[in-house]
Design a protein around this ligand. Structure first.
Ligand code: PSU
Ligand code: MN
Length: 305
């Protein structure tokens, strides 16, 4: 076992029994949603994964260890600690060596999942190329991680706070396939359509697993984006979310928000401006992704990697 890894009993048992395991990130808990809905959602998402025949492994950094699977107490700690650090690739050595509390982003969760031998990871939305990146250079480390770390990431696309077209261009340059489930279009998190198509539509878990397995068997390291749109009845009206996104972006620029604070600022502001309606959509899409991810993890057992 890797010296920094600490498995929960549930995940350790699942590994020993060869059961499918699904990784979950923790920045969505600490920085993506307010308390207590964050903890409640995290628990419900874990249960959806269990009900679908897989085992959830929420990942966070606690007491100098990479925790693969969290106890209810650890989930509560993470959800209710305003000083939990947002941890991406860059931050992992710092948070581990100082023993601080860390919530892992998509990039850091991918690294930890790969160390733990987990191939499927469920989240809400991945980071991407920010609007105005040509001057700010603000490109999420999630994209570089997808280029190098071999984990399939199930998400509802990327938010329109980002430049979705440039995000897809970046992924193409780095050889990261973008798969869509149930529709040709790449979704835009709160809405089902972004105006861009995914690279490949693969509707069934067996097709997705076969695709992922083939990529890795070829020696093509790196991630796969598996995008599922938010369920129709939970999607937000496009005009409303576009207007609110524009306002939040304007405020971030006016307030001089930069670096790792940009994404949490925009997420929190959008939630305030929609009076919580975006939170309901956010929760619904993560739960939908949990079902997609659990089925994919099960299918990957039939197509071992
Ligand atoms: N996008 C969302 N919700 C989130 C995040 C992004 O819709 O919670 C979080 C994820 O943890 C993601 C991180 O990995 O923000 C990206 O941050 P940055 O843009 O600073 O790389
Ligand atoms: Mn950034």
């Amino acid at each position: 076992m890797h010296q920094f890894l600490s498995y929960s009993a549930e995940v350790a048992n699942a590994r020993a029994a060869g059961k499918p395991v699904v990784a979950l990130e923790s920045t969505i808990i600490s920085h993506g949603m307010p308390y207590p809905q964050n903890v409640q959602t995290a628990q419900e998402v874990e249960q959806i994964i269990r009900d679908a025949g897989a085992v959830p492994a929420t990942i966070a950094i606690i007491g100098g260890k990479i925790c693969i699977g969290l106890s209810p107490e650890q989930l509560e700690l993470l959800g209710n600690s305003p000083d939990a650090m947002k941890v991406s690739r860059r931050d992992l050595p710092y948070v581990l060596s100082t023993g601080k509390l860390g919530a892992t982003t998509v990039a850091a969760t991918m690294i930890c999942a790969e160390l733990a031998g987990i191939h499927v990871f469920v989240t809400g939305g991945i980071g991407g190329v920010h609007r105005g990146a040509e001057t700010s250079f603000d490109i999420s480390a999630d994209l570089q991680e997808l280029a190098r770390t071999s984990v399939a990431v199930v998400c509802a696309g990327v938010k329109s706070i980002l430049d979705i077209g440039l995000t897809l261009e970046y992924l193409e340059t780095h050889g990261v396939p973008v798969v869509s489930v149930g529709q040709p279009g790449f979704p835009a998190f709160f809405t089902r359509e972004s105006g861009f198509n995914a690279d490949f539509q693969l509707d069934t878990p067996a097709e997705q697993a076969s695709f992922i397995n083939t990529k890795w068997k070829l020696g093509l390291k790196g991630g796969v984006v598996v995008s599922a749109p938010v369920p129709q009845d939970q999607a937000m009206p496009k005009a409303e979310i576009d207007a609110i996104t524009a306002q939040a972006l304007g405020e971030a620029a006016a307030g001089g928000v930069t670096g790792k604070k940009v994404t949490p600022f925009l997420l929190a502001r959008i939630k305030q401006l929609t009076e919580g309606r975006s939170l309901a959509t956010n929760i619904a899409l993560v739960k939908n992704n949990a079902r997609v991810g659990a089925e994919l993890a099960r299918a990957l057992l039939e197509h071992p990697v």
